[in-house]
Write a protein that binds this ligand. Structure first.
Ligand code: ATP
Ligand code: MG
Length: 409
């Protein structure tokens, strides 16, 4: 069936006042951006509702895009009728016949927003319902739990009919809630955490720590690919590649084998925080999930998280691995994440990493490194390379030191 329109509903209806207006304006902008490749498309706004006019563009292709837009609660393919009763009835029947799976029961819900229409909504329920029933002997009416609810919305400029509601990604439009720095490893979890942060309206930049030449170019390429996949949802994403070899080697010589991962994580966070400050990001996002590995016990999270003072967001903290994998598959990062390249944390991994690290011992060891640690952290920040990924490929690659002097991109 060829639909003419798609009714689009925004989410977060609890928003009020100025926030609501900001949300709707940004949403409309994101909607237009997401659909910009469909040249024929037009838009119609009507009492807080937005209709996408397909003008011959493929419903399926547009729907696939709509599903990905953050902040979009749901949408419905719509048939449009004139105010003529026979036209409304014909379109109602056409919609019901296209329903899959074939419904056994239905009900009609008419909303008469245009009060000058000659029949009130009760009459219209009956007039439309009776016509559908007459022409579909297998169908019955069920007003309590119908398989299909056929909605008929009578407006001054025409009548809109729809019966399905397709869920969108939900959340907030991208950028509405500020910016965060995503710690992106090559694993399954952190890309999902990044997607969830974006869904909540956070623009993200990503930071990845590599231990070249202990880790391969391919490991870095994998993270670049993951960033590109996230850029599919976020437009453009900056990826900061931090040289971590020296720090990692230094920590491996600490004499506290079981604490290496704890030291590494704390140091990564401190570097990420510095990069976040530079780029105006107000939080750090990780793919930590409670209990998954030694560094993600509550005790480890406690010791690791104390390193920084900006909020540390862990969207996956209460999720099971199976659920995380399902998301990774849905957003298209899973295949890349399971490629077998080593990342820096799988090197130098001690036989028994601490599941219950002692904060005092950790802080004491770090204090002993003192200025050396500070200097190495600064060097890592200075040596950071930044790439801007677009959905189609990378844009620029330069050292953070140069990038700081040249912030045009
Ligand atoms: P992931 O699947 O995201 O790699 P994981 O279950 O393998 O997670 P860890 O390796 O313990 O868990 O990492 C926990 C979190 O720390 C990651 O989700 C990520 O946010 C961050 N992280 C780990 N390694 C790196 C890295 N090399 N660069 C950037 N962030 C990292
Ligand atoms: Mg990992």
């Amino acid at each position: 069936m060829s639909y003419e329109l798609i009714l689009v509903r925004y989410g977060e209806l609890t928003l009020k006042g100025r926030n609501r207006k900001k949300f709707e304006d940004l949403m409309f902008l994101k909607l237009k951006q997401a659909l910009r490749s469909f040249e024929a498309i037009g838009y119609e706004k009507n009492f807080g509702r937005v209709y996408v006019q397909l003008n011959g563009e493929s419903y399926d292709e547009v729907a696939a895009k709509l599903r990905e837009i953050f902040g979009l609660h749901s949408f419905s393919p719509v048939l449009r009728a004139t105010h003529d009763l026979e036209d409304i009835r014909a379109k109602a029947l056409q919609l019901m016949r296209a329903e899959r799976p074939v419904p056994r029961t239905f009900k009609v819900t008419v909303k008469r927003a245009w009060k000058e229409y000659p029949h009130d909504s009760q009459e219209m329920n009956h007039l439309v319902g009776a016509h559908v029933l007459r022409n579909s002997p297998e169908l019955k009416v069920d007003v309590r739990q119908p398989d299909v609810e056929l909605k008929v919305d009578i407006q001054p400029q025409g009548v809109f009919l729809y019966s399905t509601m397709i869920p969108g990604a939900g959340g907030f439009p991208l950028g509405m809630n500020g910016k965060a720095m995503l710690m992106l490893s090559g694993g399954i979890d952190s890309p999902v955490a990044g997607w969830m942060a974006m869904r909540k309206g956070l623009e993200i930049e990503a930071v990845h720590f590599h231990s070249y030449p202990f880790t391969s170019e391919q490991a870095t390429e994998k993270v670049i690919t993951l960033t590109q996949k996230l850029a599919h949802y976020g437009g453009k994403i900056k990826l900061h590649l931090v040289p971590f070899t020296d720090l990692q080697t230094r920590m491996a010589q600490s004499g506290h084998d079981h604490l290496i991962i704890t030291f590494m994580r704390r140091t990564m966070l401190r570097i990420a925080e510095k990069l976040a400050e530079r780029s105006g990001a107000l939080a750090i996002v990780t793919g930590d999930s409670l209990g998954q590995v030694a560094s993600q016990t509550l005790s480890s999270m406690n010791v690791i998280g104390r390193t920084i003072s900006i909020p540390l967001l862990r969207p996956l903290v209460m999720m099971d691995k199976q659920d995380i994998i399902r998301y990774a598959e849905k957003i298209g990062t899973y295949e890349t994440s399971i490629l077998p390249f080593e990342d820096c944390c799988t090197l130098f991994v001690p036989k028994s990493p601490a599941t219950n690290p002692n904060l005092r011992i950790v802080e004491k060891a770090e204090a002993e490194w003192g200025e050396e640690l500070e200097r190495m952290i600064d060097e890592a920040v200075q040596g950071t390379e930044t790439i801007v990924m677009t959905p189609n490929g990378r844009l620029v690659r330069k050292k953070e030191a140069e990038a700081a002097a040249d912030r045009w991109f």
